[in-house]
Design a protein around this ligand. Structure first.
Ligand code: ADE
Ligand code: ZN
Ligand code: ZN
Length: 254
């Protein structure tokens, strides 16, 4: 997702944090509150993606669209993918024996990757770098299918993270929010994968670099608005669940 997407997810997550998690997050970031701390760094991992050698693979997992779903041995060799990386960042964030800057950096990565794993095109591949090689014209500009899913589909539902987050939060009944706040990174990746495989890729036939120039229908971004909204909301709710668990007080010894 672009900065707006990541900030939307961070805003939704911040509004679902326990008091303990709010305090811990604000402390680690030296921020006035969890919301500002989290939105300020939500796209930091993208800003350092090029300069920080080796972090690039952490933003996605290439699950082949010809497969039935995530296979760690095939799709995450050497634990070098978003699914494995989320687990590693959680472990660092939780480890109070580590230095604060180390835990703060892991928290920055964690907030970003729980967002990215909910972008369907970050969990699917058709020998096209997650749609990056499916070039098309979108709103009169040269773009690609991956970029449309990082940016245009979000722009179709709003431009201000705080507004998008408030609109989405208001639409989700508490019981649905509770259901969505569950799972593990492998399940979240499979959910994203299934969306890409069954709902996105079939509308863009062809393998690898497409030969025929595709013009994206003007209606496309809003036509996938429900999927986009659901993925942003799930990302936010699940990020909150991860952080609430990571910063839960250990059970007292009785
Ligand atoms: N590079 C290669 N595959 C990718 C994907 N699925 N998402 C983002 N970047 C990628
Ligand atoms: Zn990213
Ligand atoms: Zn992307």
């Amino acid at each position: 997702w672009d900065q707006t997407g990541h900030q939307t997810i961070a805003t939704i997550a911040a509004s679902h944090l326990s008091p303990a998690a709010q305090t811990a997050v604000a402390d680690l970031f030296d921020a006035k509150d969890a919301t500002s701390g989290m939105t300020d760094i939500a796209d930091w991992a993208d800003r350092v993606r090029r300069s920080r050698d080796g972090t690039s693979h952490w933003h996605y997992v290439d699950i082949p669209v010809t497969s039935d779903g995530y296979d760690p041995a095939r799709d995450c060799p050497d634990d070098d993918c978003i699914v494995a990386q989320i687990g590693k960042e959680i472990a660092i964030v939780k480890d109070k024996s580590l230095l604060k800057p180390v835990r703060a950096e892991a928290l920055k990565f964690l907030i970003h990757f729980v967002g990215d794993i909910h972008q369907p095109m970050h969990c699917a591949d058709n020998q096209d770098k997650g749609g990056n090689r499916i070039t098309l014209m979108a709103a009169g500009k040269k773009s690609n299918l991956h970029a449309v899913w990082d940016n245009a589909v979000i722009r179709a539902i709003g431009s201000e993270p705080a507004d998008i987050a408030a609109t989405l939060s208001a639409k989700i009944p508490p019981d649905v929010a509770a259901q969505w706040s569950t799972g593990t990174p492998d399940l979240w990746a499979n959910e994203s994968f299934q969306i890409a495989k069954t709902k996105i890729y079939p509308q863009f036939p062809g393998t690898g670099t497409t030969l025929a120039p595709i013009v994206l229908p003007e209606s496309y971004p809003s036509s996938v608005g429900t999927i986009t909204a659901t993925q942003l909301a799930k990302g936010g709710l699940r990020l909150a669940a991860v952080l609430n668990a990571a910063f839960a007080e250990p059970a007292p010894i009785t």
